[in-house]
Design a binder for this molecule. Structure first.
Ligand SMILES: Nc1ncnc2c1ncn2[C@@H]1O[C@H](COP(=O)(O)OP(=O)(O)OP(=O)(O)O)[C@@H](O)[C@H]1O
Ligand SMILES: C[C@@](O)(CCO)CC(=O)[O-]
Ligand SMILES: [Mg+2]
Length: 384
């Protein structure tokens, strides 16, 4: 028997960086997923493969024997050292070394939740890694969901055909495990990523849709109309910690100006969440709504430039999409990473194709995504 879980990626529609300084931010799940399949047990054969004899894992993590998967546990001290040793033994090629922390999170979540059972785990991703679309939290949510689906702590109908949602209590347990995985990948998630011991990305990926948050308080919101974005991955790597520190330094140099910038972002995020939730019963009101959303994105981008987190590659995307009268803003930490471009409902497919073609000639990767998609789901197949 096997189970597959999928968890979506996310975008920040408004408020990155300013959220660290107390402003409101709006984030949404997208309909691009990381999927994890668990086979008990089965042969493998994939392009990048890591495997350990069960005996080796038992030897390295023997103290985890019998651990209760209903109690999420932090990977610290000697466990972190043992996990690092197991990952080092795989001699991950230099070009793929960024995966090491994801592999560590996998080992931790698997051993804690599934114990020392032999299995094959297959990961596939529609999300670019390390580009601001939350692949780290998505992988942790999808791994936790797959492993919990076969555990005694979660009761799911294994005979169900197609995708299944988790119940409220089960989501809570899943979130806590995913957060333990995120801590392995990120060290200490901060700001937008972290809320009272939970990972905001994980919450978003678990339940899907959109959230508005400010200083530790989170409200779920639901878009009244479907929204579609072009996501351009500039492929320019960024360092979130350094970018966040840069904004704080600028705030120390220009406190009055920067407080005004953060207040402006707060107003934009609040307005955006009101616009998104307002009903739009006909084509005219949908177009008006999209124009307002586009304007709020444009204003937010201007303020992100004031904070000093734009980048030449981001500016190239902005200029290119503007030629087609489309508005864009960076999403996430900036300094490269991904840029969002609003695709209005009435925009023709030919225009979308032309924009994508022009962006791809600059060396960027383009993805289109629906906004506010489903949260984590699982699907069982095969006979037990
Ligand atoms: N499919 C995957 N397989 C293994 N590891 C993964 C996978 N997806 C993500 N990761 C891990 O997550 C890391 C990327 O996380 P990071 O937080 O830097 O970026 P992100 O989550 O994509 O974007 P952000 O957190 O800025 O929204 C990768 O380096 C890897 O360790
Ligand atoms: C830049 C930032 O606002 C979002 C990064 O995804 C940082 C944070 O909130 O932790
Ligand atoms: Mg991440």
């Amino acid at each position: 028997m096997e189970v597959t879980a999928r968890a979506p990626g996310k975008i920040i529609l408004s408020g990155e960086h300013a959220v660290v300084h107390g402003s409101t931010a709006v984030a949404a799940s997208i309909n691009l997923y990381i999927s994890v399949t668990l086979r008990l047990p089965s042969p493998s054969g994939h392009w990048l493969e890591f495997s350990w004899p069960i005996g080796r894992i038992k030897e390295a993590l023997s103290e985890l024997d019998g651990i209760d998967c209903s109690t999420p546990t932090t990977c610290s001290g000697k466990f972190a050292e043992s996990i690092s040793a197991l990952v080092e033994e795989q001699n991950i090629p230099e070009a793929k070394i960024a995966l090491a922390s994801g592999v560590s999170a996998f080992l931790w979540l698997y051993t804690c939740i599934q114990g020392f059972k032999p299995a094959t785990v297959i990961v596939t991703s529609e999300l670019p890694l390390g580009s601001g679309l939350g692949s780290s939290a998505a992988i942790c949510v999808a791994l936790s969901a797959t492993f919990l689906a076969f555990s005694k702590s979660v009761s799911l109908d294994k005979g169900h055909q197609g995708w299944l949602d988790f119940g409220e209590n089960e989501l809570e347990l899943l979130n806590k495990w995913a957060f333990e995985g995120e801590k392995i990948i990120h060290g200490k998630p901060s700001g937008i990523d972290n809320l009272k011991g939970y990972c905001i990305d994980c919450i978003l990926y678990s339940a899907g849709n959109m959230i508005k948050f400010k200083s530790g308080s989170l409200t779920r919101i639901k878009s009244a109309v479907p929204l579609r974005m072009l996501i351009t991955n500039t492929k320019v790597g960024r360092n979130t910690k350094a970018l966040v520190a840069g904004v704080s330094e600028r705030t120390l140099r220009h406190p009055d100006a920067m407080i005004s910038v953060f207040n402006a972002v707060d107003s934009i995020s609040k307005e955006l969440s009101t616009i998104i939730q307002a009903p739009a019963p006909d084509e005219i009101s949908v177009t008006e709504k999209e124009e307002k959303i586009g304007e709020s994105m444009e204003m937010n981008q201007g303020l992100l430039q004031c904070m000093g987190v734009s980048h030449a590659s981001i500016e190239t995307v902005l200029r290119t999409t503007l030629k087609f009268k489309l508005t864009s803003k960076l999403t996430g930490a900036g300094g490269g990473g991904c840029v969002l471009t609003l695709l209005p409902t009435l925009l023709s497919g030919t225009v979308v194709d032309k924009v994508i073609a022009e962006l791809e000639t600059c060396g960027f990767q383009c993805l289109t995504a629906g906004i506010g998609g489903k949260g984590v789901q699982v699907s069982f197949s095969g006979s037990s």
